[in-house]
Design a protein around this ligand. Structure first.
Ligand code: GLC
Ligand code: CA
Length: 562
C-alpha cells in the first residue's frame, strides 16, 4: 500500500542558481534573482524548488565543493537573502529543498585544511588517507573527473581519496565525529525551516575499507572504484542513522542521488518501511548508450531499451517505493536535444517528453529552461566551456591523440554538462534577459527564438503545456497514485500505458517518432468511450471511441476512460 504524501503530489523545479537570474549585473545568477522570479514559478504551478548548492565554495565544481556548510557564497548573496527567499517562497506556498553534498568537501574546508597539517590532529581522520603502493597511489581507482582518485600530499606523506576533483576530498564516514558534524549541520538548515534535501551522490559515502584495486580493461589506466564505493558495506546503517537522529523529526522530503542502483537496491533506500530516504534519482535511462569511452559519445537513444527501462522502474517500485521522474538536470544534456528532436519537432517533442514525465508514477522534476524547450549548445571553441568534467576529458582525449579534437568536441556537444548550464532564456533582450552584464558562461544563441517572454504570450507554447500538465497532476489523484499498466510493449515507436486508481483510468499514448503511426487500440481501451483531456495537437475533437489510433509525429495524448 502506498501512503499519500505531499511530496508525491508535488512537482519539483530544479534551479541552477549560477545560471538562473542575475539581479546585480555581475553576470552570475543569485538569490535575489530567484526571488524576482518567484511569481513566474508560482504561475507555472510548481510546488517545490530544489536549489543546487549555494554554500560558500571556491567553485571548482560550481558549488559541489563546499568550503563552509553554514555560509552562503558571496556571489549568490547573504544568509539574509536566503532567509528572505525562504519566507517569500513559503508565503506563495512553494517549498524549498537544498542540495546536500556530504560525500566530500572542498579542500579549502577548514576540516581538510587541518586534516592535511603536518602536525597530526583529530581532523586527519575526517578524510581518507592511505599510504601509496610501489611508488604510486594506494590503488588503481580513477576519479569521475579523469586521472587517479588519489592525490599525494607532501606534508602528510600519504595520499587522500577524491572520487571527484582533486579539490573535492572524500569525507571519512567511518569516523563518528564526522557523522555528528554532518547531522548538526543538517539540523542547522532544517531548523531554518527548509523542506528537505537532495543528497548528492549519497550512495557513495560508505567505502570498502580494504580499498582493493578495481578491474581495468586493456585500454584503461584507471579502474572504476564503484564496486567498492557505491552502495558500500555500511551505507544503509549511515542513512538510517541520519534519518533516526535528524530527518525523522521534520516534515520534509529527501531525494538521494544514487548512480548505479537496480530497482531492488533502490527499494532498500526508499522502501516505505525502510526509514531511509523518500525517493531517489536512478540513472539507468540517462546512462543508455555508454561505450568504451563511458558517457562520452553521441550514440542515439535506442527507443525500445529506453522504454523498457522506464517501464521496469515503474513496475518494480510500484507499491514498494517512490520514483522520481527526470530526463535532464545540471549534469545532463538538454532533454529535447537528447530524447526528442530539437530541430523541426522541437515544440512537439518537448511536449511529448513532458507528457511522459508528468504522467508516470513518481514525482516529476523540471530542470530550469526545460519548460520552454531549451536546447543543447555548440560553442565553437573549448575555451568557451567552463565545466571541470568537460575540460578534463577534453585534455585527456587530446593528450592521447591530437586527432581526437573533433571527435571529443562532437561528444561534448552531445553530452557536456554546460549544455544545461547556459543562462536561463528570459527574453529576447540582450543576454537573454539573464544579466545586464557579461554572463559567466555564454548564452545559447537561440535565445531570440526560445525564451520565457515569448512562451508566456503564446497559448500553444511548451510553457503553457507544462502548466496544463502540472494542473492535471493537482486535479487527478490518478496521475499521482494510479497503478502503471504498460501497453503496446512491442511497439518500436509508441509508448503507451494506463494509470488506474479505483474507478478511474487514464490512457496515455505517445508517438516517439518523426513519422505518422497507426496502431490498433489495445484491448483495454478498445471501443471504450473516452475523452481526451490533454494533447500536444490542437486540431482534434474531444470525445472518442478508440479503435485504430492515428498519431502524428511526436503526438502525445492523455485520455480518460468514461
Ligand atoms: C553530483 C552532482 C554533480 C557533481 C558531483 C560531485 O553528481 O550532481 O554536479 O559534480 O556530484 O559533487
Ligand atoms: Ca549576480
Amino acid at each position: 500500500m502506498i501512503t499519500r504524501q505531499w511530496w508525491k503530489e508535488s512537482v519539483v523545479y530544479q534551479i541552477y542558481p549560477r545560471s538562473f537570474m542575475d539581479s546585480n549585473g555581475d553576470g552570475i545568477g543569485d538569490l535575489q534573482g530567484i526571488i524576482q522570479k518567484l511569481n513566474y514559478l508560482k504561475d507555472l504551478g510548481v510546488d517545490v524548488l530544489w536549489i543546487c548548492p549555494i554554500y560558500d565554495s571556491p567553485n571548482t565544481d560550481n558549488g559541489y565543493d563546499i568550503r563552509n556548510y553554514r555560509a552562503i557564497l558571496n556571489e549568490f548573496g547573504t544568509m539574509h537573502d536566503f532567509d528572505e527567499l525562504l519566507v517569500q517562497a513559503h508565503q506563495k506556498g512553494i517549498r524549498i529543498i537544498m542540495d546536500l553534498v556530504v560525500n566530500h568537501t572542498s579542500d579549502e574546508h577548514e576540516w581538510f585544511v587541518k586534516s592535511r597539517m603536518k602536525e597530526k590532529n583529530k581532523y586527519r581522520d575526517y578524510y581518507i588517507w592511505r599510504d601509496g603502493k610501489q611508488g604510486g597511489p594506494p590503488n588503481n581507482w580513477g576519479s569521475v573527473f579523469s586521472g587517479s582518485a588519489w592525490k599525494y600530499d607532501e606534508s602528510v606523506g600519504q595520499y587522500y581519496l577524491h572520487l571527484f576533483a582533486e579539490k573535492q576530498p572524500d569525507l571519512n564516514w567511518e569516523n563518528k565525529e564526522v557523522r555528528k558534524e554532518i547531522y548538526d549541520m543538517l539540523t542547522f538548515w532544517l531548523d531554518k525551516g527548509i523542506d528537505g534535501f537532495r543528497m548528492d551522490v549519497i550512495n557513495y559515502i560508505s567505502k570498502d575499507q580494504r580499498f582493493p584495486d578495481g578491474v581495468t580493461s586493456a585500454s584503461q589506466k584507471y579502474a572504476s572504484g564503484d564496486p567498492y564505493t557505491c552502495n558500500g558495506p555500511r551505507i544503509h546503517e549511515y542513512i538510517r542513522e541520519m534519518n533516526d537522529k535528524v530527518l525523522c523529526n521534520y516534515n520534509i522530503v529527501t531525494v538521494g542521488e544514487t548512480p548505479d542502483v537496480s530497482p531492488q537496491e533502490a527499494i532498500n533506500y526508499v522502501g516505505e518501511d525502510r526509514n531511509e530516504l523518500n525517493m531517489l534519482f536512478q540513472f539507468e535511462h540517462v546512462g543508455l548508450g555508454m561505450d568504451e569511452n563511458g558517457k562520452w559519445n553521441d550514440n542515439p537513444i535506442p527507443f525500445q531499451e529506453f522504454k523498457s527501462i522506464m517501464e521496469k522502474w515503474q513496475v518494480e517500485l510500484d507499491g514498494k517505493g517512490w520514483n522520481s521522474l527526470f530526463l535532464s538536470n545540471h549534469d545532463q544534456p538538454r532533454q529535447v536535444s537528447r530524447f526528442g528532436n530539437d530541430g523541426k519537432y522541437r515544440e512537439q517533442s518537448a511536449k511529448l517528453l513532458a507528457t511522459l514525465l508528468h504522467t508516470m508514477q513518481g514525482t516529476p522534476f523540471i530542470y530550469q529552461g526545460e519548460e520552454i524547450g531549451m536546447t543543447n549548445v555548440k560553442f565553437d571553441s573549448i575555451d568557451q566551456y567552463k565545466d571541470i568534467e568537460t575540460l578534463n576529458i577534453y585534455r585527456e582525449f587530446v593528450d592521447r591523440n591530437p586527432m581526437d579534437k573533433e571527435k571529443i568536441m562532437r561528444f561534448i556537444y552531445a553530452k557536456g554538462r554546460d549544455n544545461a548550464r547556459t543562462p536561463m532564456q528570459w527574453s529576447a533582450d540582450k543576454k537573454a534577459g539573464f544579466t545586464s552584464g557579461t554572463p559567466w558562461i555564454q548564452v545559447n544563441p537561440n535565445y531570440m527564438e526560445i525564451n520565457v517572454e515569448k512562451s508566456l504570450s503564446d497559448p500553444n507554447s511548451i510553457l503553457n503545456y507544462y502548466k496544463a500538465l502540472i494542473k492535471l497532476r493537482h486535479e487527478y489523484p490518478t496521475v499521482v497514485y494510479g497503478r502503471y499498466v504498460p501497453l503496446l510493449q512491442d511497439s518500436n515507436s509508441v509508448f503507451c500505458y494506463l494509470r488506474c486508481l479505483e474507478e478511474q483510468t487514464l490512457f496515455v499514448i505517445l508517438n516517439f517518432s518523426e513519422n505518422s503511426v497507426t496502431v490498433e487500440s489495445p484491448p483495454e481501451v478498445l471501443c471504450v468511450p473516452c475523452k481526451r483531456i490533454l494533447s500536444n495537437l490542437q486540431d482534434k475533437q474531444n470525445e472518442y471511441i478508440l479503435e485504430r489510433i492515428n498519431l502524428s509525429p511526436y503526438e502525445a495524448d492523455i485520455y480518460i476512460l468514461l
